[in-house]
Design a protein around this ligand. Sequence first.
Ligand code: AMP
Length: 195
Amino acid sequence: MAAMRLVILGRQGSGKSTQSARLVDAYGIVHISTGDMLRSAVVAGSDLGRQARARVDAGELVSDEIMIGIVTERLAEADVVEHGFLLDGFPRTPAQAEALEDILGAAGSVLGGALNLEVPVDVVTGRMVARGRVDDTEEAISRRLGLYESETAPLLAWFEERGLLTVVDGQGAEDEVFSRLCVALDGAVLDGSVS
Ligand code: AMP
């Protein structure tokens, strides 16, 4: 089987990171979390970290230009090219989605699919307050969820139009959700839409 190239979408607090970690283990692909990359850059105090810090802390989106630059570099690295990837946190805007299509197209490949982990707003808000991350102030949470609805939710239609979207119910026990994701992926692999 050729390397799988996937995107996982879902509101912040939908369990995306946890499920992504399990999926990459199970399918032998590389986890690319743009949120983790930015948080590491902030901690390391790199140029990127200095540029992104205020926006990450405030729960605002980092510019498309910066994000597309980071992801373009990461997708060109050998581990990703060889093993495939699960992109978590990118694309977040239509411009980022178009850029992803272009980056892959330039490398002669295509996206295999996009999984949307669906969890309602009231449920994710409760989960985020409980996890207590530094950038999880109540104000930042509500800003991020608002941005998700305005900027990121339209991407669902974008992926749907391309026949790439699979919606998976993200509520319930972690193991149950993971099984649903695997069933969705295995189905997509079998019918040839993920390659
Ligand atoms: P996440 O861990 O995916 O929730 O990302 C944490 C923060 O990093 C977000 O609130 C944004 O400030 C920033 N971020 C991560 N990915 C992106 C992206 N694709 N576009 C813009 N900002 C991003």
